[in-house]
Structures are given as C-alpha cells and as structure tokens.
Design a protein around this ligand. Structure first.
Ligand SMILES: C[S@@+](CC[C@H](N)C(=O)[O-])C[C@H]1O[C@@H](n2cnc3c(N)ncnc32)[C@H](O)[C@@H]1O
Length: 217
C-alpha cells in the first residue's frame, strides 16, 4: 500500500467490523484473498448503494461476501440482494459474515453458475454488480440485457445500474491484441460491448482495477 492509499484510508470512515472480520477470515480460510473487493472499491459500492437506495440488487461472484455487505448498505427494509456464487464451499464463511453484518434476512444466496442462474431469475434489478468469471462478462451482459436466446426477459429496466469490476485488468486490456489470455479477451470484449450499446450510458472509473459503471437508458 502506498502513502496516498494509506492517507485515503486514514481519512475515510473506517469499514464496518463485519468487513474486517470477512477480510481476516478470507485470509485464514481461502487461498485467494486478493479476490476481495478491498477498501476503496468496497466503499464505492457502499456509496453507490446509499445514493441509489436500490430495492433489488444482483451480485455475480460473491466469494466470501465482502462486496455483498457493501452493496447491501443502501437496501431498504424490504429490499433484497440476490448473490450468485459457484463455489458452495464458501457457504459457511459467507453466511457468518452476513449474520455479523445483520443482512442475512435481506440476502438470497444462490449457488451455481451465473450462466444458468441468471436465466432462472424472475426479478428486475435496480443494481447489478458483475465480479465473477472475467471470461464470461460478455455472456453475463447479454443475459442481463435480455439479448440472449436462453436468458429470458431483461433483468434490468430503464434507470437500472450495472457495475463491473476489474475492467482494466491490470492494464492488460491495452494494446492491439490485448487479448492474449481469455480473461483479458473477455473483459476487453465486455468494455467494447458496453461502450457500443445505445441502451447504456457508461464511464470506466479508473479506481484500483477499474469499475465500468453503466446506466440503462
Ligand atoms: C473476484 S471473486 C468475487 C469477489 C467478491 N465480489 C468480493 O468483492 O469480495 C470472483 C468469484 O466469482 C466466482 N465465480 C467464478 N465463476 C463463476 C460463475 N460462472 N458463476 C458464479 N460464480 C463464479 C468465484 O468462485 C469467486 O468466488
């Protein structure tokens, strides 16, 4: 962490105790703590949620629940977060974290592959957060927007927001043929699709690994 990042953290409201707990448990119980959203991206999700006050949120890629807790910050009493995660071995830590954060009654945890779970969803979401398999971002977008023949109705409406994490992929999306690895290809294609879609208005926020924030027109 550089000095500027330390300054940002020391001059921002500290994160909730439940998030501190999730970070500790993620280091203790998983091999991939780098997958956590982290302080800045988490705070941004929390801020978005507080500003938008979404009633329905869809999270793709829950991992140990850090981003769920941030996203749920602005849910009203009757609001709900649908959290999709493929790895059911994470269930205990996810549910414990939700309990600590007091959001267990507001989250529906759905284990499975986003590509099969999304078409089964009947909700229309105010906010969709994409953070699962980077290779599959274009497919998730197509399913969410209702463009896929297998995806059923759109999962968003005019005024919904779609936020995708890691869209700068450590700079690997740059260059003439960035796309040497499948993750970079997936993300580059996703960013191209979002930028070209007349139904979306977006901005890539260069925070940490990049967040593509798009509003459905
Ligand atoms: C970067 S991590 C998510 C981090 C989490 N959003 C956070 O900020 O704490 C990506 C997660 O997506 C899950 N995942 C990968 N491919 C998936 C798929 N096809 N469907 C559902 N989950 C998937 C992985 O198991 C992993 O837990």
């Amino acid at each position: 962490m550089n000095d500027l990042e330390k300054y940002v953290i020391s001059h921002s409201t500290p994160r909730k105790e439940a998030l501190e707990w999730i970070v500790r448990q993620t280091h203790l119980r998983t091999k991939f703590p780098h997958m956590l959203a982290g302080f800045e991206a988490g705070k941004l999700l929390e801020t978005f949620s507080m500003m938008l006050r979404p009633r329905r949120i869809l999270e793709l890629g829950t991992f140990t629940g850090y981003s769920s807790v941030c996203l749920a910050a602005g849910l009203p009493e009757e609001g709900r977060l649908d959290a999709v995660e493929i790895n059911d071995e994470l269930e205990d830590v996810i549910r414990e974290g939700y309990r600590m954060a007091g959001i267990e009654g507001k989250v529906r945890l759905l284990f499975g592959d986003c590509k099969t779970v999304i078409p089964s969803l009947e909700e229309v979401y105010d906010l969709v957060y994409i953070d699962a398999n980077k290779r599959e971002y274009p497919e998730y977008l197509s399913l969410i927007m209702g463009d896929s023949p297998v995806g059923g109705a759109p999962k968003v409406r005019s005024g919904s927001w779609i936020i995708a994490d890691n869209v700068l992929w450590d700079g690997k999306i740059l260059g003439d043929s960035p796309k040497g690895d499948p993750q970079s290809r997936g993300i580059a294609s996703f960013n191209d699709l979002v930028a070209a879609d007349p139904r979306l208005e977006n901005f890539i926020l260069p925070l940490r690994d990049g967040l593509n924030t798009a509003r459905v027109l």
